[in-house]
Design a protein around this ligand. Structure first.
Ligand code: NDP
Length: 340
């Protein structure tokens, strides 16, 4: 058995703010396991936009805290209360998980929440895929009733617009929606990102920095507008979404990259009889059955090579500030990882 040290390195947030509040520490206590938990030695940590919301205080957590929502590594200890019927995981297994306090060398996590990584999927790919992949997969299934496993006939799928189509979550959405048979329009900021969104499979990509997105969407859809919009940009795009969505459309607001959307006057939905959603991944993987079924589908998509996950860069954990700065500065495409 690998000896477990008393202290570890990690990133501690003692007050919310800019990237300067991400403090590298080398004397954090290694978490003590509670009932039902396993201890994971993290190897790769996924960076997600939500990490910036906790850092800035847009989403609150009691101070001080270790931030981070996803990682992959090796199980090094299992609490005696964990039985093999609760979880198949044992010491030495490679696992990926979504949880809290992942910006550190070690994380304690309920055994039920860790997913063994199948042979054929690298630890870095698992860390890069779980949170954004499950978000896109559950949203495509549950919010719009489409499935990459049961594609619609060519041309018969709905018009779907994906904002930030070269980003981490956007890249998954575009690929899954294309597999499912939707007619996908992406938006992306600048020519390089436009190229990546096209490579993801979007049939049309609008450069949001150079073009009039609403006018182009109307042109592409013959004046109808799009049936579904996936919007993780938030404040900056919400009003335009209402303009370019089709009658009876579904507007899925799922993030705040440009800031949170202010409270909405419900009557804005009336002229087109719109549906407005604000889903969270966690509400779609609440039960162990949901979590297991979607995780299996995600790993199957990776193992069969149906999804390409582009890693933007792997930053040393100590340099997490640079990763946040790049993400918030719209300088990235695909997934950002931290290496422990
Ligand atoms: P991305 O990799 O998509 O990065 C964010 C992208 O948003 C940027 O690259 C940029 O792309 C675009 N963007 C547009 N305007 C701005 C702005 N003012 N500031 C910063 N970025 C902007 O990040 P993630 O994939 O991690 O997350 C995407 C969104 O999905 C986030 O809002 C996140 O919170 C949300 N999310 C929500 C989940 C949920 O459960 N509800 C789960 C997972 C993610 P471009 O330059 O091409 O416009």
């Amino acid at each position: 058995m690998t000896p477990i040290p008393q202290t570890m390195s990690g990133i501690l947030i003692e007050q919310t703010g800019g990237i300067e509040v991400l403090r590298w520490k080398t004397d954090l206590p290694v978490p003590q396991l509670k009932e039902g938990e396993v201890l994971v030695r993290n190897e790769f940590i996924g960076v997600n936009y939500i990490d910036t919301y906790f850092r800035t205080g847009l989403y609150s957590a009691p101070l001080p805290f270790i931030t981070g929502k996803e990682a992959a590594g090796t199980v090094i200890s299992v609490h005696p209360s964990v039985s093999s019927s609760d979880s198949p995981v044992k010491e030495g297994d490679r696992v990926a998980y979504i949880g809290d306090r992942t910006y550190a060398e070690y994380t304690a996590i309920p055994a039920a929440n860790v997913a063994p990584i199948p042979d054929g999927v690298s630890t870095s790919l698992a860390a890069a895929s779980l949170l954004q992949g499950l978000t896109a997969l559950t949203f495509v299934h549950e919010a719009v009733g489409l499935s990459p496993l049961k594609p619609l006939g060519v041309g018969s799928g709905p018009w779907v617009l994906v904002h930030a189509a070269a980003g981490g979550t956007g890249s998954w959405l575009v690929q899954l929606l294309t597999l499912a048979g939707a007619k996908v329009i992406g938006t992306a900021g600048g020519p390089e990102k436009v190229g990546i969104a096209k490579k993801n499979g979007a049939q049309w990509v609008i450069d949001s920095r150079a073009e009039d997105v609403v006018a182009r969407v109307k042109e592409i859809t013959g004046g109808k507008g799009v049936d579904v919009i996936f919007d993780g940009v938030g404040k900056a795009t919400f009003e335009a979404d209402l303009d370019m969505i089709a009658r009876k459309g579904t507007l899925i607001m799922f993030g705040n990259a440009s800031g949170a959307v202010p409270p909405v006057d419900l009557f804005k939905l009336t002229p087109k009889n719109l549906k407005l959603m604000r889903p969270s991944l966690f509400g779609y993987i609440t039960t162990p059955e949901e979590r297991a079924a979607y995780t299996k589908e995600l790993f199957d998509l990776l193992l069969t090579g149906k999804i390409n996950v582009k890693i933007h860069d792997i930053y040393p954990l100590k340099e997490v500030g640079r990763a946040h700065s790049d993400l918030e500065g719209r300088k990235t495409t695909g997934k950002l990882l931290l290496k422990v």
